[in-house]
Write a new protein. Structure first.
Length: 61
């Protein structure tokens, strides 16, 4: 179980770094809002983060 937690944490950090490198500060703010919203079970904050991420992904493609 601890190995799985370390792997998941490493993947999350890697994804966070990818978002920051590709989409800048706004991407990291959106990722943090999405993560906080999911962990706090707050749909409004999670939704705002998700919408910002989708807008950033759509803009780059």
């Amino acid at each position: 179980m601890p190995l799985a937690a370390v792997v998941v944490a490493a993947l999350a950090i890697g994804f966070e770094q990818l978002v920051q490198w590709r989409y800048g500060p706004m991407g990291i703010i959106a990722f943090v809002a999405l993560t906080v919203g999911i962990k706090a079970r707050n749909t409004m904050i999670g939704g705002i983060g998700a919408v910002i991420l989708v807008m950033l992904f759509a803009q780059s493609g």
